[in-house]
Write a protein that binds this ligand. Structure first.
Ligand SMILES: NC(=O)c1ccc[n+]([C@@H]2O[C@H](COP(=O)([O-])OP(=O)(O)OC[C@H]3O[C@@H](n4cnc5c(N)ncnc54)[C@H](O)[C@@H]3O)[C@@H](O)[C@H]2O)c1
Length: 257
């Protein structure tokens, strides 16, 4: 009989607005959590505030070497069962043709896709290869993954072609990845959030916040990072949800701007 080991969860962007809420929730549930991020100060503060069972592993999701090193850390801590992909924070805002008639920069488009889409695929493929070697649970599951898209995947706004394309890519790969990984018992789901009230939103001012909230049919407010974390935990643990993308947006549909 195999010896039970500690369950480990890895959260990319774990020091960010949504990632931190996920890290806190999974840690509270008794999982050992790895904060996989590049923001040293915020990540160190977070793991210090949580104490044992929370580890910061500096990770660039776009680098194979960096991700593999974090996956080695996970293996030292226990059995990697859950992966949450929620990094980001950067994106080019540019129209396809600028006001002066010049075309948008290809570099901005490529960089945005690299971070959000290629970064998601990089962590998914490398983590899944490790989780595929896990002992299956009684239900035959070896691991589960939750990625983060955005409702911009469906309703990209003016200036958002790069971000919308990257997030639509995450939506598109969800079912295909779930099908690919069905043979090894790994589920893949994605959350597409609307506008969430992360710490970053505190900087936009009361008027802007009220405007954002007014565009949400019900409830008339921004989403809470804790609501994102609660849905993430549910998707990680509900064994029958697979290959699904769930909007978390209070019925909001972005307009053109
Ligand atoms: N906050 C929202 O309203 C909202 C809405 C829709 C979708 N999303 C998506 O949710 C995800 C998280 O958003 P957030 O608001 O928490 O962003 P955030 O900026 O607060 O956090 C993102 C984190 O990712 C980290 N990061 C950036 N590049 C990285 C890299 N190469 N490798 C590892 N980590 C990296 C940053 O250091 C940061 O800590 C993003 O993918 C974002 O597009 C957010």
């Amino acid at each position: 009989m195999s010896t039970p080991t500690t369950d480990v969860a890895l959260v990319t962007g774990g020091a960010g607005g949504l990632g931190e809420a996920v890290v806190r929730r999974l840690h509270k549930a008794g999982t050992t959590v790895i904060v996989a991020d590049l923001a040293d100060d915020r990540a160190n503060k977070l793991v210090e505030s949580l104490g044992s069972g929370a580890v910061y592993s500096r990770t660039d999701v776009t680098s194979e070497e960096s991700v593999n090193s974090t996956l080695d850390t996970a293996a030292e801590l226990g059995t990697l069962r859950h992966v949450v992909i929620s990094h980001g924070g950067w994106g080019v805002a540019e129209r396809v043709v600028n006001r002066d008639g010049s075309p948008a920069s290809l570099e901005g488009f490529t960089k945005t896709l690299d971070l959000y889409l290629v970064g998601t695929y990089n962590i998914l493929r490398l983590a899944a290869a490790r989780m595929a070697t896990n002992e299956p649970t009684a239900a035959g599951e070896r691991g589960s993954v939750v990625a983060t898209a955005s409702i911009a995947a469906y309703e990209g706004q003016i200036g958002q072609t790069a971000y919308a394309a990257a997030k639509a890519g995450v939506v598109g790969l969800t079912l295909a990845a779930a099908r690919d990984l069905s043979s090894v018992g790994i589920r893949v789901n994605t959350i597409a959030p609307g506008t969430m009230h992360t710490a970053m939103m505190e900087t936009v001012g009361e008027d802007a916040l009220a405007k954002f909230a007014a565009n949400v049919p019900f409830p008339k407010r921004l989403g809470a990072p804790e609501e994102f974390a609660a849905l993430t935990e549910h998707l990680l643990t509900n064994g029958y949800i697979n290959g699904e993308v769930i909007r978390l947006d209070g019925a909001q549909r972005f307009g053109p701007r």
